[in-house]
Design a protein. Sequence first.
Length: 283
Amino acid sequence: MVDPEAKDTLDAPIVDDVALMPESGVAGTIVDLEDIKSTTISVYTVHKGDSLSDIAKMFKVSVNTIAWANDITNGKIKEGEVLIILPVTGISHVVKKGDTVASIAKKYKADIEDVIRFNNISASTTLAVGSTVVVPDGEMSAPIITPSKKPTSNPYRGGSGPDYGNYYIRPIVGGVLTQGIHGYNGVDLASSEGADIFAAASGAVIISRNNGGWNGGYGNYVVISHPNGTQTLYGHLKDVAVSVGDIVTQGQVIGFMGHTGKVVGHPGTHLHFEVRGARNPFQ
């Protein structure tokens, strides 16, 4: 069943072990991005000239995520200081007696399903006192550091870029547009669970994830690189039907519609479809 209210809240660039189009610039160039799909907490030693914003950008998390994890209240860091870096924007919570998954999610105004998926636990899991739970998109009662200025608008978010007309075909048959441009030049197209997902244009598969994991919020997803220099991304798939290195033709089935990854809405079955490097024709 199609849920016209189903939405997703993807707000992070795809990061993996291959190149994707960057989030800025009209046509842009291919850049190597860091792998943030890991659930591992990292440490970083501050180098001369580093700032919190530089480090946050490097690890693709918010400045406050680093500040909260390291009790930084004045925004200042010094060379040689060792910082704890969470794998996603959010909060690291040390479990105390009486804590539950639900109470932790509520405390930090987070989605309990996000906490469950990211930490590979269930709502009824008994949490060990002293263990650490990562709370994706969790927030303290007030931010420690407030940005001095609003971020500049991003052409990928706004859906700008060259218009290649009919170069891309609709990646599903029929269906409903349930959310316009959001995330990184993406739209949500809803249909039934298991519906065929088609390659919008011919190209080479450069990412194929079918592990049912978080994968930066995209769940099972595919990225195709096209001869015109653009890339298309197909997220939240139930199953993937292609592998990295496959050469696909326009209209070929590459996967099946699902609701894996970070999806808000019930049942949330839809395709998150992005075009990197050009206008998304289905907005």
